[in-house]
Design a binder for this molecule. Structure first.
Ligand SMILES: Nc1ncnc2c1ncn2[C@@H]1O[C@H](COP(=O)(O)OP(=O)(O)OP(=O)(O)O)[C@@H](O)[C@H]1O
Ligand SMILES: [Mg+2]
Length: 372
């Protein structure tokens, strides 16, 4: 707003109506330019922020229509708007962090921070200062003041990942903080008040850890107000196709090439047991997108041999003849050797003591795809 009749009143009104600044005549060109620059910068930051938030929201969508995932989505919808503490169980790579993000994204705290702390990744002697912060000089090496994660998450959500790896000493301080809603940073006497919702995750059996004396029972009950369990992917295989397509879309966008995946390839993915869960599936999809830059339709033959390894490993009783059993074993064995030699047929033939052409024929007969 530019005006020749500058009064405090008018300036206040203009700002209230959305003006970025109020300039009085006569105009100073320099000042005007600075104000314009600042206004543009503020606008850019605002839209950038909006974009980040949109990305965060879209990255916290749980893909999958299996019964347990549907139930999880419903549970999240019910408890996200409350302040209830959640403890998420599940094997590595099942999506525990994603569930935590989804809870935050649907909570009343969504406009505040989601702060993550991986308790297993931080050395024992640093975790307290990481969580609670410290004053300059609080201990040897504390060269500057540090804001802890509890404070950073004030008004928002603190995600304590691998909470089972926290030391007993840190556990007791976390317990006190949860009970009192305040804590003292290291080297400080004054207490800091915080309003933080804590979500914790673990792939350990905490009740087991309690009986071994590694985890405080009282902290367990504070954290475990609402328990969530994310089942391993092998127990909800029907999610594999949707997840594979979801990751394919994600990586196709990242590498700017539309892709699809054949039913045959999906069928192979369904047979694999996914010991590394959803993270492993995501990695496999990323790998085939990178390794096959010109292929728009990804087929069975583009999949890494690893996913076939146990697919053919059937119980003995299922083989109806010696011939069938031998073929299955040969197939497994060749696939394993191919994998060890990064799919190089010549080298694999050498390792197996076969002629290269002989191995080719065998692979063809056993239905093993030759990578181009
Ligand atoms: N249902 C799902 N829909 C979409 N993406 C998923 C789903 N489950 C997991 N993912 C993705 O898989 C990857 C692994 O998930 P996440 O990091 O949440 O697992 P985690 O249980 O925390 O694993 P870890 O125990 O190893 O830390 C992430 O990239 C996540 O976005
Ligand atoms: Mg995790």
């Amino acid at each position: 707003m530019i005006s020749g009749h500058g009064s405090i009143d008018a300036a206040v009104r203009a700002t209230k109506l959305g003006a970025f600044d109020f300039l009085e005549k006569p105009l100073s060109v320099e000042r005007t330019l600075i104000v314009l620059k600042n206004a543009l910068e503020a606008k850019r930051l605002r839209s950038e922020n909006l974009e980040f938030r949109r990305q965060f929201q879209s990255r916290s969508v749980l893909v999958g229509d299996s019964v347990p995932i549907k139930a999880l989505r419903q549970q999240i919808g019910l408890m996200a708007p409350t302040n209830g503490r959640v403890l998420i169980y599940g094997e590595s790579g099942t999506g525990k962090e994603l569930v935590a993000r989804a809870i935050h994204a649907q909570s009343l705290r969504k406009d505040s921070m989601f702060v993550e702390v991986n308790c297993a990744a931080i050395p024992e002697d640093l975790i307290e200062s990481e969580l609670f912060g410290h004053r300059k000089g609080a201990f040897a090496g504390a060269a500057a003041e540090k804001e802890g994660k509890f404070r950073k998450a004030d008004g928002g959500t603190l995600f304590l990942d691998e909470v089972g790896d926290m030391s007993l000493k840190t556990q007791s301080k976390v317990l006190r903080t949860l009970d009192e809603g305040r804590f003292a940073p290291l080297g400080e006497d004054e207490l800091v008040m915080v309003d933080v919702r804590v979500i914790a995750a673990t792939n350990k059996d905490l009740e087991d850890e309690i009986s071994k004396g590694n985890f405080r029972e009282d902290l367990f009950y504070r954290l475990n107000v609402i328990p969530f369990y994310v089942p391993p992917l092998r127990e909800r295989k029907e999610d594999v196709p949707a997840l594979a397509r979801h990751f394919l879309k994600e990586f196709s966008q990242a590498y700017q090439r539309p892709r699809e995946i054949t039913e045959d390839a999906l069928d192979a993915l369904l047979r694999y047991s996914w010991p590394g869960n959803v993270r492993e599936l995501r990695n496999v999809i990323e790998r085939i997108v990178i390794m096959n830059p010109t292929i728009a339709r990804l087929d069975r033959k583009h999949l890494p041999t690893l996913v076939f390894r146990e697919g053919s490993r059937r119980p003995w009783a299922e083989f109806s003849s010696l011939h069938e059993a031998r073929a299955a074993y040969e197939r497994d064995y060749i696939l394993k050797k191919l994998d060890e030699n990064h799919g190089n047929v010549s080298r694999t033939a050498e390792v197996l003591g076969l002629e290269r052409s002989h191995l080719y024929r065998k692979m063809k007969a056993l239905g093993i795809a030759v990578k181009e």
